[in-house]
Design a protein around this ligand. Structure first.
Ligand code: NAD
Ligand code: IPM
Ligand code: MN
Length: 360
């Protein structure tokens, strides 16, 4: 019985989570997945009410009693330093050691791509973003704060083990998925210490995978290449911050942040955190405007992680069908609301379950 913790979070995170949960409940009912969903109110409102971000007991509960966590998004203009998100989102990534941030970039239909003449076969790759190190560790400080002489230091931490395991995972993923090419990206021309470690580690790991072709781009060049020739990519591996940046770019190649899904995992642990790539988009919150597809595709990744790959395929089919027939929200050129898109996906699953059950 998979136990799933649901943290809707803030802004449109709440709107899209309702739809993802609707889809999960439908999948549970029709395919008898025996999912157990439990909601947690961690987020901006709770933090502003009683100062709670992620309490120690709450962290332990998630760690010890759950198979997966589903998160909407965090971020609220009333909390400019994102204190709550640091504790909840980065806290879970770091403390559960979810070192792989898996972010697929897959064009579902050519009409959604901002690049001319690009087809679904041209945009289909994954980004593996290192998820536990780099600039995100929060080491640094301010000196002479709020004076004209202020100094701000933000350190990027890169360990051999941390770099090696994400690169290794990328090669493993390529092998297991019949792919033949891994690209590494860094900024070793300007930041020689961390970049040098990434370069040397990539060179060492690739020796162990002689059948996999490799190349390297500096991070500025890969941003350009993702636009110029996205069809060259199969697997991209990069550090925490660069991975954050290029996956928003990758999401737009698919049609926008309304479609970018992600999983935060540690292949050696039996827990993963699944969430859309987008944030809480406060200006759209509660208005039935946000696209729930990124959240629903993240829920699909979660079901796959929980061992329900054959069943979960119906979810991407439903999304493909919705896009094909322009049953989409505003960001994809349609006129449906968040709820109506969720309803459409649910209906598609209900109507196609019989055929799917035969194949499982
Ligand atoms: P954002 O991703 O929230 O939104 C940027 C823009 O993308 C929106 O204005 C909107 O035009 C579009 N967009 C995003 N998601 C959409 C959706 N589902 N449907 C339709 N359009 C969508 O990024 P931001 O504005 O830079 O950040 C807002 C807040 O979210 C900030 O507090 C930020 O720190 C936080 N954030 C959180 C996460 C997370 O929880 N994983 C991720 C990114 C940003
Ligand atoms: C993401 C977000 C987060 C990140 C923020 C909210 C800390 O942008 O998940 O992509 O930078 O990892
Ligand atoms: Mn981001």
């Amino acid at each position: 019985m998979p136990n799933i913790a649901v943290i809707p979070g803030d802004g449109i995170g709440k709107d899209v989570t309702i739809e993802a949960v609707k889809v999960l409940e439908t999948m549970d009912k029709l395919f008898h997945l025996d999912l157990k969903l439990n909601h947690f109110d961690y987020g901006a409102d709770r933090y502003l009410k009683d100062g709670t971000t992620l309490p120690e007991s709450g962290f332990k509960e998630l760690r010890d009693n759950y198979d997966a966590i589903f998160l909407g998004a965090l971020g609220d203009p009333r909390i400019p330093d994102m204190k709550h998100a640091k504790d909840i989102l980065l806290g879970l990534r770091f403390r559960l050691d979810l070192y792989v941030n898996h972010r697929p970039v897959k064009l579902i239909h050519e009409k959604l791509c901002p690049l001319k003449d690009k087809m679904p076969k041209d945009i289909n790759f994954v980004v593996f973003r290192e998820n536990t190190e780099g600039f995100y560790v929060g080491i640094g400080g301010n000196f002479k704060k709020d004076t004209p002489d202020e100094i701000a230091i933000q350190e990027s931490v890169n360990t051999r083990k941390g770099v090696e395991r994400i690169i290794e995972y990328s090669f493993q993923y390529a092998v297991e998925n019949g792919l033949s090419h891994v690209t590494m990206s860094d900024k070793s021309n300007a930041m020689q210490y961390e970049g040098g470690l990434w370069q040397r580690t990539f060179d060492a790991v690739k020796e162990r995978y002689p059948k996999i072709k490799t190349n390297h781009y500096y991070i500025d060049a890969i941003a350009m290449q993702m636009i110029k020739k996205p069809e060259q990519f199969e697997v991209i591996v990069t550090n925490n911050m660069f991975g954050d940046i290029i996956t928003d770019l990758g999401a737009q190649l698919q049609g926008g942040l309304g479609l970018g899904a992600s999983g935060n995992i540690n292949p050696e642990r039996n827990i993963g955190l699944f969430e859309p790539v987008h944030g809480s988009a406060p200006k759209y919150a509660g208005k039935n405007i946000a696209n729930p597809m990124a959240a629903i595709l993240s829920a699909q990744m979660m079901l796959e992680f929980l061992g329900f790959k054959p069943q979960s395929d119906v979810i991407s089919e439903a999304i493909e069908d919705a896009i094909e027939h322009d049953w989409t929200p505003r960001d994809l050129g349609g006129s449906l609301g968040t709820v109506e898109v969720g309803d459409y996906i649910v209906r598609y699953i209900e109507e196609n379950v019989a055929g799917k059950l035969k194949g499982i």
